[in-house]
Structure formats: C-alpha cells, structure tokens
Design a binder for this molecule. Structure first.
Ligand code: HDD
Length: 674
C-alpha cells in the first residue's frame, strides 16, 4: 500500500508495532540505563586529578559492562546477512488449495521481513564470495508468523539433516587453522563432496553462475522442499515455492566477484540498501508449482528428496503474488541480526512433508536461537513479535518482556474458566491426518538413490558460456585443494555428470578421467539457464569518467539516456572539486571498474596521468568482464585496436544505445584472452 503523497509505503501493522519500540533521542539529555541524567560522560571518576579510577564510578561501570557484552554469537551458518522490510501482495486467490490467509484473497497485503545471507562466511566476511545465498522470509500474518526459510538455489547438498553438521564442518574454515574464510575452495569441502555423491546436483548449482549473484535484487529464490498446502476442506496439495526477481536473475563473473570482495565487501548489502533508499524497490514475482496428492509419483521424481527439483516445463509455475521490499531497517542489530527464522513457524493452510531434510530442520532452528539469542523468549524481540496476539501458559525465562497477570499459568484449569482455551474453529491449524506405517529404520527409500540424473539435467540445460563457468569454477576450487587424492576423487565423481567437464578439470589439474558411461540427459530445462531470464537496464549502475569539465554537457546527455531506462550513473573526475555544473561523486582513485555495470570515459589528449591510468584500467577490466564500455574522445586510443571493434564497445555514433547494451547484462560473444 502506498502513501499517495510521496509514494512511500504506508505504515503496515508490523511497522506500527515496531514504532512503539523505537527510540529517538534528538534534543534529549544523556541518561544512565536507569534514567538518571548524566552530567559528565568523558572522564571517569578518579581519586584526584591524576589518581586511580574509583570502583564507585557506577556510570563508567554500567557503560563498560554493557559494551563488554554487546556481541552475541553469530549464526552457525548464514552468519553474514542483510535484510529489509516489505510487503507481500496476493495477486491470485489460492483459496481452492490453501486456507493460508496470505494466499486466499486477491489484493491482500501482508507485511514481511526478508534476510539474505551467504552460508559459509563469518559475519565480517564478504558479500560476493562463491556460495549459496539464504532467502529467508518472515510474513507477519493475522494468524501468526509464517517463516519461509529458503535459498537462491532450489535443491540442497544433502538429503538428510543428520549430515548437516558434517557438511557444514566440511565447508566452513578448516578447524586447525581457521582458513579459508567464506570459501568452499579447500580440501575438506571437496573431500565431503567427492565422498557424498548426493551433493552432485547442488554442486552444479553452487559452481554455476548462481553462486555469485550480481545483486540481491537479481537473485531467484526457492522454498527448496516440497511443502503442503491444506484448504478449508482439509484437502492437501504438494507445492514448491518460486520467487522470480523482476530484474531477472543475473550474476557476476568470478574475477570480478573476487575483486569486489576487496573493493567493497558490502556490495550486495549496499546495493539493496541504496535501491530502497532511492525508491527503486526490489521486487519478486511469487509462484508455486502445485501437485495434487494423486500425482505424487507421476513425474518419476521423489518429491521428498531435496536434491531434486521438478522442472518448470514439467509442472508450470502459477504466479500468485508479488514481494516488494520497501523499507530499510532502522537498526541492523535489532532487526537483521535478531530476526529468528524457523521453518516450523507456520500458519493454518501450510504443512510439512516427510522430506527428511525438512523434518530435521524443524528441530535445529528453534534450538539454535537459544544460544544465539540467549533464551526461549526470542519471539518477544520486536522484529520477531507476531502481529497476531499471543496467549499461552509459557512463562518466565531469560529476558521475559510480557507481564502475564493472574494466578493461573496452566492448562487445563478451572480457576480461569480454562483460559486461554483451545480453538474449536475448523479453520485453525490441525495436523494433517496422514497414515504412517512401517518399521523404525535408518534406511532411505531407493527413490533417493539416483544422484546424477538431475546434475546431468542441470549441466546440460546450461548455455556453452555457463558450462564454461562451471568448468572454470571447479578447476579453480580444486586447484586450491592440497590433496591430490581429493582432486582425483572429485574428477571421478564429476565424470558421472559430463565427460567434457571431467576432462577439462582433469587436464588442468593433472588427474585421470575414469571411463564412466555418462547417462544421457533425460530432460533439459531451459528455465534453469540464466540466458533465458529477463533483461533490463533497471537496477544497473554506470560510471562516467571525465578528464575535465568540458565534457559535462555530454555526460548529462548520457545520464538522461540511462535514467530513462532506470539505470543509475555516477561521475568521476581527477578530483571531486573538478566539477563545474555537475556533482562529481568520486575522485578517480576511489571507485573501481568492478563496482559498475558499464564504464564510459570522455577524455582529451592530455588528461591528468592518474586519470589516464585509472580510466585505462577501468575500461580494460570492464571489457574483460564482458561489460558495456564507451571509450570516447582520446580514450579510444588507450585501448588495443581489436577491442574497440568487439560487441558492447560503443563509440560516439552508437552511444545512444548505451541503455540497451547495458540491459544485455554481458557481451558473452566478445573475444576475451584468458
Ligand atoms: Fe538452514 C539458518 C536455509 C538446511 C540449520 N538456513 C538458515 C538460514 C537460511 C537457511 C536462509 C538463515 C536464516 C536467517 O537469515 O536468519 N537451511 C536453509 C535451507 C536449507 C537448510 C534452504 C535446505 C533446504 N539448515 C538446514 C539443515 C539444518 C539447518 C538441514 C539442520 C538440520 N539453518 C540451520 C540453523 C540456522 C540456519 C543452524 C543457523 C541460524 C539460524 O538457523 O537461525 O538452525
């Protein structure tokens, strides 16, 4: 819902609730935590002007005590993350299939908070590492919080959560020396991969371009597991959630991603923050694949196996809503750090399946909050509070906020007329009456045994460019492994996916390719290739470098062309004081080519030497990252001749096409010398 005056989102119920907890101290006097006004905050209390500090200094002690304890344990996985508030709007009523209040009425808006997070790195690591990205949503519905804790990839590395600690130990830093930070390029990860072939499909995703997204706003999201929807008649459907970014799904290239990690480790966080501040609200279309219970076995793919997806071409996605992120948090710790997701936070109309990964997750998320947030009352923290009222007999514990009145805190009771009482409303949540039988066992159904068909499908659904990126990524990562056996084991494993892929890696790393009869792909899913996504200049950013202010007019023209297509531009000159009319964002030694989607240079013959060096580097870097560039004026002579004839290299005659060229994302048909 938008406020008509300034197009800013109106305050929803969650924002109204959060507002009550906000502290604004403009014009206020400093106080202690007990509210006493403070008259001196810079000098501790000492015995004499040059004497020792006194234990009596209650103000100093309170201030230091709080500071000493202001860190909490970071998340054991997904430690680094950034988030925002927004709105989910239902665009197609799904009442027929689910009684979930958020999906049952066209036009219904539900407040939500989303957090995005690489998995392996520590809280202080970088945004653009190669990794899976968390895609976690908390919907604040009138019937309770609904958490959908997904990823930007639709499958997972393992089939059963009992292996999660093993997998995470393998991917995170090795315990003896705590390296490498935020990277899967090391022995233990690849040892795990090559000893656990169920990882094959997800490995292809992680080593593909999906592992290095261009932007949070250009990431596809997935619920991963098959869930159930239950309608008012108690009828169940299987569903899989999809979130399609309106800007399309796009990625960085590996060299660029690594350089960004140094130049701006907050690249994704900053981009999300800036786009919301500018009113370019990130958006996703929300869709589901619906599978009637009777069709559970129709596709030959076990819906309970989280290493498998159902191709969109097999079961099409029905678009049921949209997400818009339209408000940045006011306080990172209070909101983004303290938000606590849990796949078990559901509402009537939603239910689980027996996917063994999902089932095990249902234990872990509650449990982990105890050490992270210090006790069982974390749902009382403002960001986690439901907008639905909470009444039960749970009491006390660390940091309890509510004051539950009265004598009675148990069920059943006579003294309070049995309140709070159980609901007898048919609409409210009841476990689906599912027939379960069998022997207790630690065995898995044979339908979980096929580990390679979908890895083969994924690899073969990629374009040649994308396949090459997978080959390069695996070679890079394995090259960082010290154990020759781990490298060979991995080549042995990927030989089951594609011979050419295995050959490429083996040749680079001096391994042998085993003779494996690779299965023919059973199907190809074009929707998996990022070549078939949406392309737009919206959300992109160009850097325009000017050697002097005589080019300001030309720069303004380009900015106009770009702005019309929703593409931002920043200006750099030798010094920021060099601008005449135009605001100069950066002195030329501050920005970097890798932080932009396009580089434009306008220069005369004798620019400042630093400007010339930087602008040449920027153009060459952007060229080798397949980006649109425009070397204008004398800068055309700073590039090798052949490059200026390559696709996406504009000159003064083709400059008007700049937004169209940027919208292509990358010019893959460019010859790049590697
Ligand atoms: Fe998990 C965090 C997503 C498997 C145990 N997970 C976490 C977050 C996301 C996911 C997005 C960050 C939430 C946030 O922003 O606070 N996890 C997934 C997906 C999985 C998955 C999509 C597979 C389909 N996770 C998984 C398994 C287990 C866990 C199998 C354990 C059995 N995950 C956790 C956790 C975390 C977590 C240890 C760490 C912090 C937290 O929960 O709140 O409980």
């Amino acid at each position: 819902m938008k406020d008509k005056k300034d197009n800013k989102p109106k305050m929803d119920k969650k924002q109204e609730q959060l507002e009550k907890f906000k502290v604004r101290d403009e014009g206020e006097t400093l106080t202690t935590n007990t509210g006493m006004k403070v008259t001196e905050d810079e000098k501790s209390l000492t015995a004499g002007r040059r004497g020792p500090t006194l234990l009596e200094d209650f103000h100093y002690r309170e201030k230091m005590m709080h500071f000493d304890h202001e860190r909490i344990p970071e998340r054991v996985v997904h430690a680094r993350g950034h988030g925002a508030h927004g709105t989910f709007t239902c665009t197609k009523s799904m009442k027929e299939f689910t009684k979930a209040i958020i999906f049952s009425e066209e036009g219904k808006e539900t407040p939500l908070f989303m957090r995005f997070s690489p998995v392996a790195g520590n809280k202080g690591s970088s945004d653009t590492v190669r990794d899976v990205r968390g895609f976690a949503m908390k919907f604040y519905t009138e019937e309770g919080n609904y958490d959908l804790v997904g990823n930007n990839m639709p499958v997972f590395f393992i089939q059963d959560g009992i292996k999660f600690p093993d997998f995470i130990h393998a991917v995170k830093m090795e315990p003896h020396h705590d390296m490498p930070q935020a990277s899967s390029a090391h022995d233990t990860f690849w040892d795990f991969i090559s000893q656990n072939h169920e990882t094959a499909h997800m490995l292809m995703w992680a080593m593909s371009d999906r592992g290095i997204p261009r932007s949070t706003n250009m990431m596809e999201g997935f619920g991963v597991h098959t869930f159930r929807w239950i309608n008012e008649d108690g009828k169940s459907h299987f569903i899989k959630y999809h979130f399609k970014p309106v800007l399309g799904t796009h990625s960085l290239v590996w060299d660029e991603a690594q350089k960004i990690s140094g130049k701006d480790p907050d690249f994704h966080r900053r981009d999300l923050w800036d786009s919301i501040e500018k009113g370019n609200y990130p958006k996703w279309e929300v869709g589901v694949q619906l599978i009637p219970e009777k069709d559970e076995f129709k596709y030959g793919i076990d819906l309970l196996d989280p290493t498998k997806l159902i191709p969109e071409e097999m079961v099409p996605i029905t678009i049921i809503g949209k997400i818009e992120l339209n408000k940045n948090p006011d306080n990172f710790f209070a909101e983004t750090e303290q938000v606590a997701f849990h796949p078990g936070h559901i509402i009537p109309g939603i239910d689980f399946t027996n996917d063994p990964l999902l089932q095990t997750r249902l234990f872990s998320y509650l449990d982990t909050q105890l050490s992270r947030l210090g006790g069982p009352n974390f749902n009382e923290i403002p960001i986690n509070r439901p907008i639905a009222p909470v009444y039960n007999n749970q009491r006390d514990g660390m940091h309890r906020m509510t004051i539950n009145t009265g004598q009675v805190s148990y069920h059943k009771n006579f003294l309070k007329g049995n309140d709070p009482h159980e609901s007898d409303d048919e609409h409210d949540y009841r476990h689906l009456a599912q027939k379960v039988e069998g022997y207790k066992t630690r065995e898995r159904s044979e339908s979980f045994d096929d580990h390679f068909s979908q890895a083969i499908m994924f690899y073969n659904s990629m374009s040649e460019v994308e396949k090459q990126h997978i080959k390069d990524a695996i070679s890079f990562e394995l090259n960082k492994c010290e154990s020759e056996e781990v490298r060979q084991n991995t080549v042995n494993m990927i030989a089951n996916i594609d011979r050419d892929l295995a050959k490429h890696v083996a040749e680079k790393l001096d391994c042998k390719v085993p003779n494996v009869d690779v299965k023919k792909p059973e199907y190809i899913s074009p929707a998996l290739s990022q070549m078939n996504t949406k392309f737009t200049a919206k959300g992109r950013k160009a850097l325009i470098l000017l050697s002097d202010s005589s080019y300001e007019k030309d720069a303004e023209n380009i900015i106009d062309i770009l702005k019309k297509e929703g593409c931002d531009a920043e200006i750099s000159m030798p010094k920021i004081s060099d601008g005449n009319k135009l605001k100069v964002d950066w002195a030329v030694d501050t920005p970097d080519s890798v932080l932009y989607d396009s580089i434009v240079v306008m220069s005369d013959k004798n620019p400042d030497p630093m400007f010339k060096k930087k602008a040449t580097d920027f153009l060459n870097d952007a060229f080798s990252h397949y980006k649109t560039i425009a070397p204008l004026g004398d800068s055309i002579n700073w590039m090798e001749n052949w490059k200026t004839k390559e696709p996406g290299v504009l000159n003064k005659d083709s400059l008007d096409n700049i937004a169209k060229e940027i919208a292509k994302h990358r010019h893959w048909d460019r010859k790049i010398v590697k």
